[in-house]
Design a protein around this ligand. Structure first.
Ligand SMILES: [Zn+2]
Length: 172
């Protein structure tokens, strides 16, 4: 878990991807011949899923890129990526922007992870957000539990695992 402030939404690099309907992995290939390398199968009907990158800053003004995936973005935008791609690109970006405006420029708790997906990103300081704790918003149900209790015991692993981030502070 880390407390950080989202400062900038990075929509120019895209905000969704075409995913395998079975495993949600990004499909490979061109539109006539899509393939899921995980399921090792041809994908006839990919589904659009959100993938939104945004810059965050922590208390020491270190910056990192967070990647919000489908379920978290849906909570903010309140629509699916599939619904958004039906309309114009401009309109879709605006809706994503509006959704994210709820969390921009305020300190929030994020649960983040490093996985193989991150490692393929160009920037080594890119983390996938597994959960955002929007406590003041009614978009996220906390279900009677303190969000702190839900943190896995290995929550600090994100710092320890990455050589590129050795100068990042560990959490108190
Ligand atoms: Zn698949």
């Amino acid at each position: 878990m880390c407390n950080a402030t989202a400062t900038n939404l990075l929509l120019d690099s895209g905000w969704y991807y075409q995913a395998c309907p079975r495993c949600s992995k990004k499909v490979a290939g061109d539109s006539d011949d899509l393939w899921c390398t995980k399921c090792e199968t041809k994908v006839v009907m990919p589904v659009a899923r959100f993938l939104v990158r945004f810059e965050v800053e922590d208390h020491n003004t270190d910056t990192a890129i967070f990647v919000a995936l489908d379920s978290e973005v849906q909570k903010l935008v309140r629509q699916t990526a599939a619904e958004l791609i039906v309309g114009s690109e401009e309109n879709a970006k605006e809706l994503v922007q509006t959704g994210f405006s709820q969390l921009l420029n305020q300190a929030m708790d994020y649960q983040v992870t490093i996985n193989s997906f991150n490692m393929k990103q160009k920037s080594p300081t890119s983390f996938t957000v597994t959960r955002m704790y929007l406590r003041d918003l009614n978009t996220v149900k906390i279900e009677g539990k303190s969000p702190i209790d839900e943190c896995p015991p290995n929550k600090k692993a994100r710092v320890d695992q990455s050589d590129a981030n050795e100068d990042r502070p560990t959490e108190e």
